[in-house]
Design a protein around this ligand. Structure first.
Ligand code: AMP
Ligand code: ZN
Length: 451
């Protein structure tokens, strides 16, 4: 049974599915700048959930938005649209900005071998559905129009605040005077913005030209691609108090029932024990790590070393440790590939499954892998690892690059050695060497290395 921690009920719960399919929504990137390794942790988290569910035999129907309009510099509807800020910074149109940073994002997630959602949807591709959704909220009386746009009336949704544990009634009672006098309460959030002068991205709507607020795209894309019952919704903890509260309010009010069953939140990646910031010059991209000689996979493996619900501290020492651990795992796996012992892996398989199904306990799962790899070299261990690797997503099978002819000669040599026919074994070793490969023996197996 797969159990994940549901941030909404604050309990570990069994994952639900819809006719055997887990409908999963993940908040995606705002494509106004390069993704940093903290952002990438959020997609490794998504990948982790998807692979663990697949390992357990579930099918997944996943959707993720690409925010290419409407995300203001403050999540609470203030400041400028991030896309426009980038557009001015780089003297490009918002469309060019969106294309460029979407491509960068896709390259990074591919380098990290992230299992991507079935539907990856830019907000600008669902404008008519957004308008329809906002209209439905207006008709049901959950939204109102001002001179600036259409706002969600949170006083109409008494459950507002449940996810982040805030008591909205107390907050409303103590609220300072609203900055915008037309809004019923300061916490009402914008669904549709009437286009202010200078906003390049705008569309016709029943309320004149405008563009969507940021939160509405996730409700609409979830609804369009997954339907009105979503099993899991993921995102970073920063989204809990505003963005996800708003998504819940919009979706539940439109459909008159709870749309998302389980909310899962990822804690932040810290750098050197603190926040990433421009002034500290510590915002790293995947490319920065690659330029320092790390493989994307080293960062992928680094993700496994902390639980997603805990802050993870990034330092280059910690990344080195991850890289070394990964290297030793790979070496052992190769040895097991040609191992000759008979080892039972049933217990390890049970422990691994228990760890991943217990709210994605990856540090424990990795410990199980390490323990198993200490066994005498055995192809059973290799086979078990190969199964686990469906979850880990590591590229281990470098021996595949070794030509079949060399693999065959190595096997013959191993047999000759075991039969104490050392003359044949030596001559085969020389032959392999002439062909550019080297054999490294261990107690119960061998490794083929390119010279
Ligand atoms: P954004 O592109 O800013 O909307 O962020 C994309 C995703 O990255 C969101 O799910 C954020 O919650 C997440 N995120 C941002 N900063 C960090 C961080 N330092 N650690 C982990 N996740 C982060
Ligand atoms: Zn979202």
């Amino acid at each position: 049974m797969v159990k994940f921690y549901n941030s909404l009920t604050r309990k570990k719960e069994e994952v639900s599915s819809t006719n055997g399919v887990v409908k999963m929504y993940s908040c995606g990137p705002t494509v106004y700048y390069f993704p940093h390794i903290g952002n990438l942790r959020a997609y490794l988290f998504m990948d982790n959930i998807r692979r663990v569910l697949k390992f357990n035999g579930y099918k997944i129907d996943g959707a993720m938005n690409i925010t290419d309009v409407g995300h203001l510099t403050s999540d609470a509807d203030e400041g400028d649209d991030k896309m426009l800020v980038a557009s001015e910074r780089e003297h490009k149109s918002p469309w060019e900005i969106a294309k460029f940073y979407t491509d960068v994002f896709m390259q990074d997630v591919k380098l990290l071998n992230i299992d991507l959602p079935e539907h990856i949807v830019p907000a600008t591709s669902v404008i008519s559905e957004i308008i329809e959704f906002v209209q439905a909220l207006l008709e049901k009386g959950y939204a109102y129009e001002t001179s600036k746009g259409i706002y969600f009336d949170i006083a109409k949704f008494p459950e507002y605040g449940r996810l982040s544990g805030m008591n909205i009634q107390d907050k409303l009672a103590g609220a300072r005077i609203a900055v915008d006098y037309e809004k019923h309460t300061p916490y009402d959030f914008v669904l549709w913005v009437k286009a202010p002068k200078g906003h390049i991205m705008q569309w016709d709507s029943p309320w004149g030209k405008g563009y969507p607020g940021w939160h509405i795209e996730c409700s609409v894309i979830g609804d369009k691609f997954l339907g009105e019952n979503i099993n899991i919704h993921t995102g970073g903890v920063d989204h809990k108090p505003v963005h996800h509260e708003n998504e819940i309010a919009q979706s539940n009010c439109r459909y008159g029932h709870q749309v998302v069953k389980m909310w899962m939140h990822l804690e932040f990646l810290q750098i050197d024990g603190g926040k990433m910031s421009k002034s500290l010059n510590n915002i790293y991209r995947l490319k920065d790590l690659q330029e320092r000689g790390y493989a994307p996979e080293d960062f992928r493996f680094f993700y496994f070393l902390a639980h997603y619900s805990k802050q993870q501290n990034f330092t280059f020492d910690a990344l080195d440790m991850a890289r070394n651990t990964l290297k030793s795992i790979k070496t052992l796996v190769k040895e097991h590939k040609n191992g000759t012992e008979n080892v039972s892996t049933a217990e390890y398989e049970a422990e691994f499954l228990e760890a991943i199904n217990d709210d994605l306990n990856m540090p424990k799962a990795i410990a199980v892998v390490q323990k198993m790899l200490k066994e005498p070299r055995s192809q059973n261990v290799y086979a078990a690892f190969d199964k686990f690797n469906k979850v880990l997503g590591l590229t281990l099978d470098e021996t595949q690059d070794v030509p079949a002819q060399i693999q065959e000669l190595a096997k013959q040599r191993w047999n000759a050695k075991n039969n104490r026919d050392y003359a044949t074994a030596d001559s085969l070793r020389n032959k392999i060497s002439d062909l550019g490969y080297e054999i490294k023996d261990s107690k119960s197996g061998y490794e083929i290395l390119k010279k």
